[in-house]
Design a protein around this ligand. Sequence first.
Ligand code: UTP
Length: 408
Amino acid sequence: MEYQKAYEKLEKYGQLHVLKYYDDLSGYEKEELLKQIGETDFEVLKQCEHKAELNPRGKITPIKVMQLPEIEAKREEYTQTGLNAIKAGKVGAVLLAGGMGTRLGSDAPKGVYNIGLTKEVFIFQRLIENLMDVVRMADTWIPLYIMTSDRNHETTTAFFKEKNYFGYNPEYITFFMQDMAPASDYNGKVYMEEKYKMSTSPNGNGGWFLSMMKWGIVDQIKAAGVEWLNVFAVDNVLQRIADPCFVGAVIATGSAVGAKVVRKNAPDEKVGAMCLEDGRPSIVEYYEMTEELMNAKDDKGEPAYNFGVILNYLFREKDLEEIAAKKLPLHIVEKKIPYLDENGMPVKPENPNGYKFEQLVLDMIHQLDSCLPYEVVRNREFAPIKNKTGIDSVESARALCMENGIEL
Ligand code: UTP
C-alpha cells in the first residue's frame, strides 16, 4: 500500500499514531508497516465503542441431549453408519491450533508441550494417537487439516516434520493459517508491538472455515468428496476424533451439526452449556448463567442446562459454506498485549491492558437449524489443558490419562 493511502486509511479510523516512527524506519520496515496497514481490518476496533450492546441474547430454553443410555442402545448401528462414511472418505478432521495458549505460559505452540513423565508425550502426539485408533479401525487415512496462526505456523509445521508426523501419513495432513486481528488499548487504539509493526492476535477459533476457503482447501475437500468436518481443540488430550459412533449418530438423526457434550460437574462450572436460543441451537456461556438458568429443571426434574460443550463438533461441509456467507458475532476479550510505551520502549504487561477481537466456533452452531448434543463419558474423553496446575491443567490431564491407561 502507498504511504498516502495508508495515511488516509489510518486517519479514517483514528489510528494515525501507527505512523509515529515512520520517518525513522528502514526501507524494508516502511514496506512491512504499509503492507500490514493495507491488510488490517480496523473496522473491528470501532466495536469497542458499543461493547456492552454487542451480542444481545435471545430467549434461552433447554435443548434435548442424546444421553449415554440412548447411545449405548444404538452403539452398533451408529458405529457402522459412521464407519461406512469414514471408509468412503466422507469425513475429515480439523485441528484448531492457532491459539496463543497464554494461560499455559509457554511461548511455544500448545501442541508441542510435553506432558510425559517418564518419556516424551506431546499434546500433538496424543491427538494423532487418538485419531490413529479410528484410522486402524476403518483401515483408511482420514484427512487432517491443522490450523495455525502467524505466531506459531513455522514452529508447528517444523515440529510435525521433525517428529515424522507421529506415524500419520503426511499426504493426509494439510496445514493452513488463520487470520490475525489488531489488538488495542481500552479506547480502541491499536497498540504497536515494534516501531514498524502493530500488535496483532489470532482472530479467534471461529474463522477456521473462511481460512480454509482462502487457502483453497475447501475446493480440495469438495473434489475429494469430504462431506463432514470434525473440528476440535488442541488442548483436550483424551478426545476421540472422527469417532465413528458420534459420526453415525449425527448422520442417522439427520442433524445439521453434532456437538460432543459432557455432564457438568457443578451448575456453575466454567463451560458453555448447550441450549436453544429463540428456538435455534446455541450455547450459553458460564458467565451468562443466571441463578434462574442454574436452577431450571427439565421435564424429568434434571438440571435443564447440565451439558457442557468440549469444542468437538461435526459440521456438514455444505452448511459451512452457507455460514461462511454470513457474519459471525465479534467477541471482545481482555488480554495482556505487549506494546511500546510513549518512549518507544517494549513493555510486557503483567495484567490485561487491552482488547483482542475474536470470532468463535460456538457462534457457528447458532446459524444452523438443528444440532445433536451427544453425551460422552467425561473422564474418558475430556482432559483439557488450559493451565499449568489446578483445574483443566497439565496435572489434571495427566491424572486422567493415567486413569485411562495411557503411559506417560
Ligand atoms: P482457547 O479459548 O483455550 O484459547 O482456545 P487459547 O488462545 O488457546 O488459550 P489462552 O486463552 O490464551 O490460554 C480453544 C481452542 O481454539 C484454538 C486454540 O488453539 C484451542 O484449540 N484457537 C483459539 C485458535 O485456533 N485460534 C484462536 O484465535 C483462538
